[in-house]
Write a protein that binds this ligand. Structure first.
Ligand code: ZN
Ligand code: ZN
Length: 72
């Protein structure tokens, strides 16, 4: 394993995808602390950037699905 994955915080609602895409990059960076999606109020989930699977514990150091290590 050379590449490290990031823990991405995302909303899984498809309808929010476009709005997230349109968001200013600066604003997007601060979204990592969000608990609820600002567009649908759904709970944000943490996702492995390498395989896209949902991570249930933010303290994980490695992705339980693909084994990739997380940065920081
Ligand atoms: Zn949403
Ligand atoms: Zn993964």
């Amino acid at each position: 394993m050379i590449d490290k994955a990031r823990k991405e915080k995302v909303c899984l609602e498809e309808q929010c995808g476009e709005q997230w895409e349109a968001m200013e990059p600066e604003l997007k960076q601060s979204c990592g602390n969000f608990v609820y999606c600002p567009f649908c109020a759904g709970e944000m989930v943490i996702r492995c950037s390498a395989c896209g699977e949902t991570i249930h514990d933010s303290s994980f150091q490695y992705c339980p699905w693909c084994g990739t290590g997380f940065k920081d």
